[in-house]
Design a protein around this ligand. Structure first.
Ligand code: C2E
Ligand code: MG
Ligand code: MG
Ligand code: MG
Length: 288
């Protein structure tokens, strides 16, 4: 009896393993065709200057409308895209689409804003990454100063001398660099000191747990003042409440991004915001 049960359990186990493998293969196959089938869309989330309440930039965030599963969150398919190498073409599509969109807004007569684009580890580690970025950026005609690239701490850490070299080349071309999800990786002060970056993004896990006298409050305060001493711009991500914003304002954090202001939105809705010159004051909208 026990033996039988054991065998059944084993069978169940392998069946669910198989299912996982099959689902992954299925995602990989449909990912392969997603670009040509135009299933990808970029959403844009505003970044707000905490001093003025003005929108100063946007982060481009990838969305996939899967034909069977519907809207798929990036965390579910980006790891598959990384493992299969598909992230390279997807990443190029993202970069081109974001640069082109930003250029289009400017051509419409809207005020220029910074656009931030996420680079994945595998995409960043390609030997020709600087040429690829430069070629795509210049083909869209977007000024390099209006493009910012986000890499995570763990991407930056994988090969420090390669990272420093690539970031130096990008910045020499006028492109800005941001260190994403700061605080979730190794956060070594030794490499922070060496990395040629412009911006530091405090991870939302710290921002969301900010409470008076909490450890997160102490960490956020320290990261903001450290970043300023290193001459970096600080962005807080995942800002959801007025209390969090007031704290960030008090600590002189430069920019904020989060649901308090806006969720990531399709380009058309962002365009409306820009036309209206939408402005925020400590979480409250004011008419301009
Ligand atoms: P990330 O780069 O750290 O992006 C911020 C994430 O936080 C986004 O999730 C955004 O929607 C979410 N977020 C913003 N404000 C709030 C808030 O107030 N509360 C909460 N709970 N969440 C907030 P999203 O769009 O699901 O993207 C998740 C991650 O997927 C990104 O994290 C990034 O690592 C990756 N990703 C997204 N688009 C791309 C892309 O085009 N290329 C690459 N390589 N990675 C991407
Ligand atoms: Mg990011
Ligand atoms: Mg982030
Ligand atoms: Mg994050």
């Amino acid at each position: 009896r026990a033996k039988e049960l054991g065998r059944n359990n084993y069978q169940l186990y392998t069946e669910s393993m198989n299912q996982k493998v099959l689902q992954r293969l299925d995602i990989e196959n449909s990912l392969r065709r997603a670009i040509e089938k135009e299933e990808f869309v970029l959403f844009y989330q505003p970044q707000i200057d905490i001093k003025t309440g003005k929108i100063v930039g946007f982060e481009a965030l990838l969305r996939w409308y899967h034909p069977d599963y519907g809207l798929m969150p990036p965390m579910e398919f980006i790891p598959v895209a990384e493992d299969s190498g598909l992230i390279v073409v997807i990443g190029e599509w993202v970069l081109e689409t974001a640069c082109r969109q930003n250029k289009k807004w400017i051509e419409c007569g809207l005020e220029p804003h910074l656009i931030s684009v996420n680079l994945s580890a595998r995409q960043f580690q390609r030997s020709n990454i600087v040429e690829v970025i430069d070629r795509i950026r210049s083909s869209t005609g977007l000024a390099p100063e209006l493009l910012e690239l986000e890499i995570t701490e763990s991407t930056a850490m994988q090969d420090l001398s390669f990272t420093i070299d690539v970031l130096n080349q990008l910045r020499k071309k006028g492109i800005r660099v941001s260190l994403d999800d700061f605080g979730t990786g190794y956060s070594s002060l030794n490499y922070l000191r060496q990395l040629p970056i412009d911006t530091l993004k405090i991870d939302k896990s710290f921002v969301q747990d900010i409470r008076a006298n909490s450890k997160e409050e102490a960490i956020a305060k320290t990261v903001i003042s450290l970043a300023h001493k290193l001459d970096l711009t600080v962005v807080a991500e995942g800002v959801e409440t007025k209390e969090q914003l007031l704290f960030l304002k008090k600590e002189k954090c430069d920019k904020a991004q989060g649901y308090l202001f806006s969720k990531p939105l399709p380009a058309e809705e962002i365009e409306k915001m820009l036309r209206d010159k939408k402005c925020f004051v400590i979480g409250e909208e004011v008419d301009n």
